[in-house]
Design a protein around this ligand. Structure first.
Ligand code: G6P
Length: 270
């Protein structure tokens, strides 16, 4: 347990604005797991494999500090507040900006953090431009909880490729994730370790389901910010190394006739 924290402490840090009226009670029911994901616009044609289940043996809540692996810049990396997720709380989101109030943790990735992820290296003239920002609501890394975040992806390109997130598998491969598009136009590139891939659209109102076992990377194909909300099982974790080593099977490139899904010539399947 976090020093000084009490799992029974009641009271969220954030009070809703008066215009929200009474705070809602908890959801009455939880949706049963779906048998199939949304249709893919692109894919290998092979059927999607069942997700490997590598659930940890214990579901005990781990009240530990969040760890964000990989290079990052954080506004408050030294001391990240952890919400008392035993008590209900509200966070207010600016839908078109993805800003959370309050925000527990913010990470920013610049071009220098994306080294080796693009086919070409960025122009020196681009400097160390900001590529994306992630605002996180920090709760315990446990399957009893749901991690939520907003991502704000800048428009831009490196060579023919659009600005994108690093992308990752979940460390616990069976853990799934949901995306809700809020602003802009993007693509969600997903792939399994077996080499299957799928590309879904991210637009305001799109809900994308990332099943367990599928790596995911978002790509801003537009000329304005791409903003989306994501939620995933609390203990999922981020495995960046697999994509750093192998890449993803496809790339999103800016072609004369529009965004194009291309085979990644550097992709190396295990
Ligand atoms: O973690 P990245 O691959 O850099 O992607 C940026 C973010 O995208 C989504 O919001 C995920 O839910 C986050 O977990 C992730 O941090």
């Amino acid at each position: 347990m976090r020093p000084g924290a009490s799992p029974r402490r009641v009271g969220a840090r954030c009070s809703p604005p008066a215009t929200w009226g009474r705070t809602s009670t908890s959801c009455a029911s939880r949706r049963a797991s779906r048998n199939q994901g949304p249709p893919s616009t692109t894919g290998s044609g092979r059927s999607r494999p069942r997700s490997p289940r590598t659930d940890p043996q214990s579901s005990a809540v781990q009240w530990r500090s969040p760890s964000c692996s990989g290079p990052e810049r954080s506004t408050n990396a030294e001391e990240t507040p952890m919400r008392d997720a035993v008590a209900p709380f509200n966070v207010l989101m600016e839908l078109d900006k993805g800003v959370l109030e309050p925000t527990d943790h913010t990470k920013r990735r610049h071009l220098s953090d994306m080294h080796g992820m693009y086919l070409e290296e960025p122009d020196e003239a681009a400097g160390d431009a900001l590529v994306y920002t992630v605002h996180e609501i920090v709760v315990p890394e446990s399957p009893d909880h749901i991690q939520c975040s907003t991502t704000i992806l800048q428009p831009g390109r490196v060579g023919r490729e659009f600005f994108m997130t690093k992308g990752h598998f979940h460390e616990v491969r069976g853990r799934s994730e949901v995306y809700l598009g809020l602003r802009g136009e993007g693509r969600l590139v997903m792939a399994t370790e077996g080499g299957d891939h799928a590309v879904e659209h991210i637009v305001p109102g799109s809900v994308s389901y990332v099943p367990g076992g599928w790596a995911h990377r978002s790509v801003n194909i537009g000329s304005e910010l791409l903003v989306f909300f994501a939620a995933y099982v609390g203990d999922a974790g981020h495995d960046y190394a697999t994509i750093e080593d192998e890449g993803l099977p496809v790339l999103l490139t800016d072609a004369p006739d529009g965004p194009r899904v291309e085979r990644n010539p550097r992709y190396t399947q295990r």
